[in-house]
Design a binder for this molecule. Sequence first.
Ligand code: NDP
Length: 293
Amino acid sequence: SARADIIDGKAFAATLRQKVAAQVARLKAEYGIVPGLAVVLVGEDPASTVYVRNKERMTAEVGMNGHAFRLPAHASEAELLDLVRQLNADSAIHGILVQLPLPAHMDARKVINTINPEKDVDGFHVVNAGLLATGQEAMVPCTPLGCLMLLRDRLGSLAGYKALVVGASNIVGKPMAQLLLAEKCTVSIAHSRTRDLEAEVRQAEILVVAAGRAELIPGDWIKPGAVVIDVGINRIERDGKPVLVGDVAFEQAVRVAGAITPVPGGVGPMTIACLLANALTACCRAVGASEPA
Ligand code: NDP
């Protein structure tokens, strides 16, 4: 029987990074400006350390200036806020990212909302959330932005599609739903208290899953031909070995869906590529350069 097309997020992300690199070169040639991206890491959370290292490597690869700031886990919130304000005031810094999670003694919301919204390349500032929700020019959170790019590439106009977003976090689910609404999808949002998740999933022509629950969605729930974007990254044991799986049961889903992102190699690589795209966008806006389409 037919199998879904596998959406190659890794290849798409590589192409996006090349486009960003070309635009970075153009900014340098035409304006003499190199986008500067500051990445702030507090403490030594192993996963965060890996993410930050990857972000720094790819920042350099596209020709941007990466600025790494590391504070010890016991640094005070005031120290971190001082650093953020310093970066806000620095004209060589166009994007600021504070890696989450922060240590428990810090108020992440306060720290994020101290970033100049125009430099908020993660798009988590309350002003950016509000701009997105009201259809104004915003910095858009990287993971949902990457999902949207993959959907547009696959479907063209998204207008009129029935879309379901499973997960309602501020960093993935909610902004994803806002983006799909702005594209004129008919959008539903499911979460932990949704009464009949299966019935919701069965109707979805576009299904984006960001619940953080390994293989929450069995393949036979999926509407035949649906486009499935699996944001989940879950480390589980299978046959005694550690494996990475998404929030969708991939091997089942691939027999029903029209197209699906794999885990790994789907949404994951898009997130960092979109971070770089956001840093480029922030720089273009700061210097009044035309923004790449
Ligand atoms: P959160 O834990 O912040 O949010 C999870 C959401 O899923 C919540 O809204 C929760 O509902 C909902 N949920 C949990 N269980 C169920 C269930 N059984 N049925 C329906 N909904 C459920 O996670 P994030 O949004 O931060 O991340 C989601 C996943 O995406 C994680 O696996 C994470 O690792 C991954 N991720 C991947 C990224 C990438 O680059 N590919 C980037 C960011 C995240 P409620 O609101 O009711 O609690």
